[in-house]
Design a protein around this ligand. Structure first.
Ligand SMILES: Cc1cc2nc3c(=O)[nH]c(=O)nc-3n(C[C@H](O)[C@H](O)[C@H](O)COP(=O)(O)OP(=O)(O)OC[C@H]3O[C@@H](n4cnc5c(N)ncnc54)[C@H](O)[C@@H]3O)c2cc1C
Length: 463
């Protein structure tokens, strides 16, 4: 029966539209860090929504399941198949249209984020989503994981940037919700079902995205903050004083030390700072932005929110400041056994989270080294705990540390996954830490829309 299905799929897609050879499949079956390795009998590479609809219908009718993949940059393994048909949207990579007067653009699911940013810029607009994987991550993947990145503070997450969606449902029908409306109160906001669904409710084939006016002025500052409390005060102060904060990223001492140690040609811009904060400001005109930023930072030095401040003199220096932040993952990856977390708490709770989590880690594993960094302006920490120096990696109590971090975040009203999603990596944690009513509602939705569990059957929803 499977052979019949694969012959039918191949016939529908044509010779360029599928692959079954091991060498052709290999790049799709391995996650970039090597944490997930998968397998598939058939890789489908459709080029149109009609082809996607037929592939999904053929699979559903044959009782086969599908894993969908975009740029394969996801961090929780949901895009790697374990025997399912693999559906890659890579060849659906056209920007279908741009409506400048509506400040919107329609892109197919396989368009890479940088191509959308460029199309917006070519039209003197901004598409504000920005993250380190933007050269490979696709619109379909970014929607399906509700991606965040560094500008959430000003523009919101992917959920806030989507006006309409076209998606193929698990039985092969097409949800034609590709509208560009900013106001539409005609019932449930169905496009939201597919945003953050990690491919479990259908295949996103295209989206209408919001564009914004392009900022004309940027300033980037690095500030030394004596404590997380001071950093939180600094955030509130900068927002109120300038109205222009677009990113507010925190880095603890060790995160910067490990960049300097493990990444070539990096130096510490403010040696000894207990916490370093990178602040990006955006303005719609050159007039006055730098002056108001300088005034606000001077005031922060007086109040003690910051003990030292560097304001980038030019674009190259601003890039250097950002590189420290972007290299943090590369900096601590070589440091032995470690567990990484992507938690969020209300912004007001960020100092309390760090204090409680740091103390708990030390209690469970004396000498554990902590790299705490990320989007403090959104209450989101990438909180990594590494083995003490000299400890045998198999002695490191990673699971216990992770459970404690998750417990502390959820006790503070937070989330165990702020922006990377659940995938296959965190399904067990979701079952433990999300409230039972929400899990039940998610199961009800999945059963109603995908009763045969065709779409990404191992991801997101606990069995
Ligand atoms: C260096 C690096 C930095 C990162 N930084 C951030 C960050 O700052 N913020 C952040 O939020 N994420 C970040 N990520 C995670 C990742 O880039 C995002 O999750 C991204 O949205 C995934 O897009 P993708 O096209 O690669 O999707 P994939 O990895 O291919 O897939 C991700 C999930 O979406 C599903 N999916 C993909 N396409 C579709 C579709 N068309 N229809 C239905 N389901 C689909 C897959 O089945 C899978 O469950 C980072 C990743 C890397 C490698």
């Amino acid at each position: 029966m499977s052979a019949d299905l694969y012959a039918k799929l191949a016939n529908r897609l044509g010779p360029k539209g599928f692959a079954t050879d091991a060498a052709d499949l290999a790049p799709y079956l391995r996650e970039w860090r090597g944490r997930y390795e998968g397998q598939t009998p058939f890789l489908a590479l459709p080029q149109s929504t009609e082809e996607v609809a037929d592939i999904v219908r053929f699979c559903a009718d044959a009782g086969a399941s599908i894993t969908t993949q975009g740029g394969n940059t996801g961090l929780v393994g949901g895009q790697i198949p374990a025997g399912e048909v693999l559906l890659s949207l890579k060849r659906m990579n056209r920007i279908r249209s741009l409506d400048a007067a509506n400040d919107s653009l329609i892109a197919e699911a396989g368009v890479v984020l940088t191509a959308v940013q460029q199309a917006a810029a070519d039209s003197d607009r901004l598409f504000p989503l920005s993250l380190a994987s933007e050269g490979s991550a696709t619109i379909g993947g970014l929607i399906s994981t509700n991606a965040g990145g560094v500008h959430v503070l000003r523009y919101g997450m992917m959920r806030d940037l989507v006006l309409g969606i076209e998606a193929v449902l698990p039985d092969g029908r097409t949800y034609a919700g590709l509208r560009g409306l900013r106001k539409d109160n005609t019932g449930y906001d169905l496009k939201q079902l597919f945003i953050g669904a990690e491919g479990t409710l259908g295949v996103v084939t295209a989206a209408c995205l919001k564009l914004f006016a392009r900022p004309r002025a940027h300033e980037v500052a690095l500030a030394a903050a004596p404590s997380p409390e001071a950093a939180l005060d600094l955030l509130q102060h900068m927002k109120a004083a300038t109205g222009a904060v677009a990113a507010f990223e925190i880095m603890n001492r060790l995160s910067v030390d490990l960049v300097v140690k493990n990444v070539a040609d990096r130096r510490d811009p403010i040696p000894g700072a207990p916490y370093m904060v990178l602040i990006e400001f955006e303005g719609m005109s050159d007039l006055g932005l730098r002056e108001s930023v300088v005034e606000a930072l001077d005031a922060a030095l007086e109040t003690g929110e910051a003990t030292h401040v560097l304001l980038a003199e030019n674009t190259a220096q601003a890039r250097d400041f950002w590189r420290i932040r972007e290299d943090i993952s590369a900096g601590h990856r070589p440091e032995g056994a470690q567990v990484n977390h992507d938690v969020s708490v209300p912004v007001s709770q960020t100092p309390a989270f760090l204090a409680a989590a740091n103390a708990a880690m030390e209690k469970i594993c004396a000498g554990a080294r902590i790299v705490a960094f990320g989007h403090m302006g959104d209450g989101n920490f990438h909180y990594s705990v590494m083995q003490p120096e000299g400890m045998a990696p198999d002695q490191f109590p990673g699971d216990e540390l992770t459970q404690r971090v998750n417990e502390i975040a959820t006790t503070m009203g937070g989330s165990i996954s702020a922006e990377h999603g659940i995938g296959v990596a965190r399904v067990t944690d979701l079952a433990r830490f999300k409230d039972p009513e929400s899990i039940a509602l998610m199961r009800t939705l999945k059963a109603a829309i995908d009763p045969k569990r065709v779409m990404n059957p191992r991801a997101l929803i606990p069995d």
